[in-house]
Design a protein around this ligand. Sequence first.
Ligand code: FPP
Length: 248
Amino acid sequence: MVDQQPIDPARIPTHVAIIMDGNGRWAQQKHRPRLYGHKVGVESVQEIVECASEWGVKVLTLYAFSSENWKRPSVEVSGLMGLLKSYLLSELSKMLKNRVRLISIGDTQRLPRDVQEVLERTIEETAENDGLILNLALSYGGRSEIVQAVRQIASEVLAEQISLDEIGEKLITDHLYTAGLPEPDLLIRTGGEARLSNFLLWQASYAEIYFTDTMWPEFRRSAFSQAIAEYQGRERRFGRTSAQLGSG
Ligand code: FPP
């Protein structure tokens, strides 16, 4: 494995979003059950959260459980729920020490009651923290997020709280689960696949996308620094030309 890449502290992405893929395949390559991959994946979560805090990332969104993941075998779903709960319970003191604030996006009402309770408690207990915002996407799907925003907006129109003319990009953005958060600057997917899998469909419009073959359980400090170094080498034009940006 290569060492940590030099990263420019002045150009750290404000919001990094990660599709943590490859746990199952990584475990299977080692002739271990898939859940073992998720377990080691939690260690990667711990290390990446630490790095993000240390490097000054403001928001880290992790795709921990998609709305489609409910279709997995029940033993894997309950294993993942158990890992999530124990992660939240065991990390609280570290979150408080490092001023990490936990939030979540997704249809969290679908989570088992005990997981919801621990999640709500962790969110409350870290609410005043002013460091990294750790945003867990749980039972999250980008399309259903847009559907719920449309429903909410339609009901506000019907109730004559807003008019049709007021519907624009900002209003839609403000009705998503991520309302109030900056858009992701860098979206990383580990595990070798090159697709978005229903993650942050609206919000990732201008994100720099970074795909890596590294499986999530092996995505640690040096791999993360490589992703950030590559991001820092890219030119973000937002539809403009290089000349307009003064760099061409
Ligand atoms: C994708 O790997 C990963 C997931 C579906 C779950 C990610 C969960 C964790 C890393 C652990 C729990 C999370 C937290 C925040 C404590 P996969 O199973 O789809 O891998 P595969 O593509 O190789 O099958």
